[in-house]
Design a protein around this ligand. Sequence first.
Ligand code: HEC
Ligand code: HEC
Length: 329
Amino acid sequence: MKVSKYLLFVVIVLPLALAGCRGEKFQSQPVHPNLNMDQQKRFEQQEKNKFFADNRAMRMPVEGTIARGNLKEDKALYQGINEDSSFVNEIPVDVTKSFIYRGKDRYEVFCTPCHGIAGDGNGIVMANNYGYVPAPSFHIDRLRNQSDGYFYSAIANGIRNMPSYATQIPVKDRWAIVAYVRALQQSQNVSEDEIQEYDVDLSALEDDFQEKLAAEQAQKEAQAASGGGEVSVDRGKTVAQNNGCATCHSTDGTKLVGPTWQNLYGSERTFDDGSTTTADEDYLRESIMEPSAKVVEGFPPSMVPYDYLSDSEINSLVAYIKSLSENAE
Ligand code: HEC
Ligand code: HEC
């Protein structure tokens, strides 16, 4: 009998008692027999400290202090600029083949989603019309003629609506990407003479090109036949949606990055050089194709040219903007 009582305790009562303790939080401090100087009097950050005249426990570093590894004196390397703050013309590190390949790899990770695998601005983010501000193609003269430092700065600091990639991409990799973007630009802008230097079958390329042209032409004609070339307010609204205009332009008078389109048509515009004009159709057309020609006073010159839109798309946009105005006849 004695044995079985003992067994009863061990087999049933003890496990139940132990199981009953599970899930309960311990309220008192854990026992900490050897303190090892684990707890000491000290100040938390931002805490007061009457010892100093300014009552702050946190002290400013001594003037001229630079954290280890943060000197970054080389402006060309770290900021892509010269002493006079202009962008450096050339990549300030050795450009080797493997460096460019590193750039390709990083470009494809970080830039392709928006700028596209070929740098034409047709990344998946743009192609799917998520409403993001369009990324420009790198294969336009304005960007072909930019200095290397400009591209570096776009990655390091961001540019207009594009965020900075400084946290994601270390300095050397930024330059590698610049080198690769340069290679991409050259790949899309080679003269025939230059191509002749390589073992390339030009006639096959030419055939390919003609085939593509014909396909594009056929597509355009098909569009035109199905009313694709029409000019209408509705189409203008769709084109505006598909090109992300609404990220910067409201239609209800709200000021966003750019001026509102409400009552824009027919109104008097003032530009940053002090000149004025009345917003007629030609002005709207120009504002879309070449926004830097006249920059509206009080706004940054941050709109990219939409000169790749077709005539009927532009005229539809103009019709749409016109329809938002009480001044429209
Ligand atoms: C999330 C989308 C996105 C990603 C990713 C992105 N960009 Fe951009 N980029 C843009 C947009 C949008 C603009 C145009 C911004 C504007 O005009 O307001 C732009 C503009 C630029 C410009 C300036 C072009 C001009 O018109 O002057 C450069 C250069 C550039 N990007 C390089 C890069 C590089 C290099 C990477 C990869 C490290 C990158 N971008 C990644 C969206 C992106
Ligand atoms: C990245 C922001 C941005 C996007 C996207 C954008 N714009 Fe603009 N737009 C501006 C800014 C900023 C101005 C004023 C500065 C200037 O005149 O360049 C402007 C000016 C204009 C003007 C002249 C407005 C006025 O008050 O006189 C028109 C018209 C215009 N944009 C049309 C468009 C159309 C159409 C689209 C889409 C296809 C578009 N914009 C996309 C920023 C943008």
